[in-house]
Ligand binder design. Sequence first.
Ligand SMILES: [Zn+2]
Ligand SMILES: [Zn+2]
Length: 200
Amino acid sequence: MKAILFEAPGSVPICTDVELAKPRSGEIEVTITAAGVCHSDLHVVSGDWDIPTPVVLGHELSGVVSALGPGVTDLSIGDHVVLSWVPSCGTCRYCLAGRPAQCALVAQVVAPLGVLHDGTSRLSKDGHTLHHYLGVSSFAERVMVPVSGAIRVRTDAPLDVLALVGCAVATGVGAVMKTANVQPEPPTQSTAARRMPWPR
Ligand SMILES: [Zn+2]
Ligand SMILES: [Zn+2]
């Protein structure tokens, strides 16, 4: 398949052919419909962030499930999904404490090592292992993710818009609602009046 490969710091990302292995237990393959470019991709290219290379970049996407690994029953081929780069394992102490965004696997394995949850990669080129980026690597025709990292969406929802939910909306809305703790403005007569079309 085609993918955007970043070979090493100081190089320019290139579009090239890479191999994607078959899904293993608990994994799904997703054929990508749309992928966004996030500044967290640009941080790698500009050298701000040091991650394992060579790597297939990208971490914000939507797509259609195209293959299932052994044991996957939550999703079916043809399902529309949005992917998350925080696929909580469900069993670590953070997940069990109700804080899936702090999942130990994501913090300790996926990000620094550029691999999937079992510590290995599904990406290669000419027999050489490539790294995943944030466990997603969405600048490619297909990706491999743990089933917990894929969220099924309605088939009539626009996938090019939904791709942004994978990072931009999750981090942006999360920062506003959870970190800054901004509350919805209670409806009052004056705000209701401001929302009226003008003039009438
Ligand atoms: Zn991002
Ligand atoms: Zn976890």
